[in-house]
Write a protein that binds this ligand. Sequence first.
Ligand code: PLP
Length: 390
Amino acid sequence: MDKSHELATLGVRAGQARSNFNEHSEALFLTSSFVFDSARQAAGRFTGGEDGFVYSRFTNPTVSMMQDRLAALEGAEDCIATASGMSAILAMSMALLKSGDHVVCSNAVFGATVQLYAGILARFGVETTFVSATRVSQWEQALKPNTKLLFVETPSNPLTEISDIAALSALARNAGALLAVDNAFCTPALQRPLQHGADLVIHSATKYLDGQGRVLGGAVLGAKSLVMDGIFGFLRTAGPSLSPFNAWVILKGMETLELRMRAQSERALELAGWLESHPKVARVFHPGLASHPQHALALRQQRAGGAVVSFEVRGGRDAAWRVIDSTRLISITGNLGDVKTTITHPATTTHGRISPEARAAAGITEALLRVAVGLEAVEDLKVDLERGLK
Ligand SMILES: Cc1ncc(COP(=O)(O)O)c(C=O)c1O
């Protein structure tokens, strides 16, 4: 379909491929394999000489629809769907890196991403240097002749730090490396990293692409030469493929993505403003607030601030836990990206396994709470938080 359509249109329409039944809603092809008309056709499909579906570890019509829709939204040439966000990062890394390569990674990425680079990939001879998400000079200093990949997540979790994608992309290009951006927090509805010069976009589709906390999924997007020639080869061999069922849920989730992201961002900004004026709150982190250190960059790079608001309460861990334990509406859960608002205490949950020193360096204090704002009325969320704050 015409890729020049607006995001809202692409989210609803892009990627649909109708079967012979001419169904209106996208079909769910719950099948592990596909049959062939003849031995000759089977041979042709297996060697890749003939187009067509073979086996759902490689690809599947429902997964293809999901990939094509997300590619249209991100403005990417190609997309490969994976079983989860982490397997997207793994597939990209296994396909593009080898022993002896070096990676520069923001120190404000998702905890499992840190473990993947610092723990698992290090065992295979890939060295990673972690640097500040926001200080471009640190990225520059960390570059080595063997640097092959720069990896960043913006906005970061949970402090919503914003990295300058265009500046990092220029650094990567000069160094002959690739820049990958984890776009899980913004989604293409709010930020399209490829337009700012990124080479690859990573998604945890588990978050806002599904949007209702139902399934795990992930994706890697970028130029066809990177995605299909390298990453698809790893996926088809190693198998962290997306199930057709999950692809179907995510595909339908993307139909409301633009609306949800706009509405959830608006609610988050309103809640952030209220928290900022609250006497029991010491600090609030949301890119849409004028007080956010990278507010101007966020306005340039994103359509809105996103749905995550973090804040420090006065009184340390006890006060933070009191806010959580006093909620009756907001869900106490580590996930985010849902239409149901969630709350978590990063220091003892999502970031509980990293050392106290690393936590302090990342700015995650015992007083910090992260709220991922959903679609409930903001007034009800304020009442729910006020109970534990007062
Ligand atoms: C920014 C970000 N990237 C990647 C992941 C990993 O995604 P998944 O849980 O789908 O493997 C998460 C999960 O919370 C995340 O928040």
